[in-house]
Unconditional design. Sequence first.
Length: 290
Amino acid sequence: MPIPAYGTSTAVKVLYQRDSKDGRNNVYYMSLGVDTNGDGAVDKEVVYYTPDTAVGPGVVVSLYFTNSTGDPLVVCTVDTAGNCAVTNSTIFAAYKINNFNTTTITFQLPGAVLYIGLAAVDATGYSDGAVDDFWVFWDDLTVTYSACGLPAGWGLQGNYAWQSYNYLLVTGTATAYTSLVSGGLTYISNFTGSGLYAVFDSSLSPIFGLYKAGSSFSALCGFSTPLGSLPAAAVMELRPLSGFGDVIIRDSYGNILARYGCHYTATPAYVGYRAQTGEYLRAYRLEVWG
């Protein structure tokens, strides 16, 4: 079952043992298979590794990606200082964990986690019973996450949107939406992350809205208009006013930081949030004022 790649945490216990003549070019790791675009397949592998490479370089191999002959791709080579530079940053990421036994890992990734794998690799190979072997015993893997269905009256286009902890999480090429309210004049929201907050027509094409990436905002109305970096932004308003779309960004005191208006001809039907590949958006509030 896919679970959120943002806000999920894991913990695991590890016992690592070496034979007396082991060459110490070993790596053990936890590997996440993450779907970043909502197609149900692994697009990114994120590795959390512990090296024992004091004598020679180790290697991390992929659990999900193979070459043309079916052999696993190399995620990275781990040098004797324990550093790991990935071979392909588009599909791989790697983070060193000094001690799994005392570490809780909390993910802050777009998309959904499809798989969690535990692995170990000896760079000089493995022969059962040899004096240069090592062993890794994994135990008590726990995965903590929040992934409830959408609120009543909400729809989803795409795969990944959940009520998660105290926010609505939209990620992995998905749109979460709800119908406009009769008599509603202003739709007020606060959200973080990257994605689109918009008024949509009946086919879920955005009519007008706000795109956020970090602290940078753009108004969307047929085309994108940059509004600049607004780190004090707290509240975003959308007003579908009889063919005129009004976009307002306010700080926590209600002061207007940016405003943009445009005319439109489509018929508004929904309001909601959209995230594309590599984005996640966390919405904490959506209110309608008449």
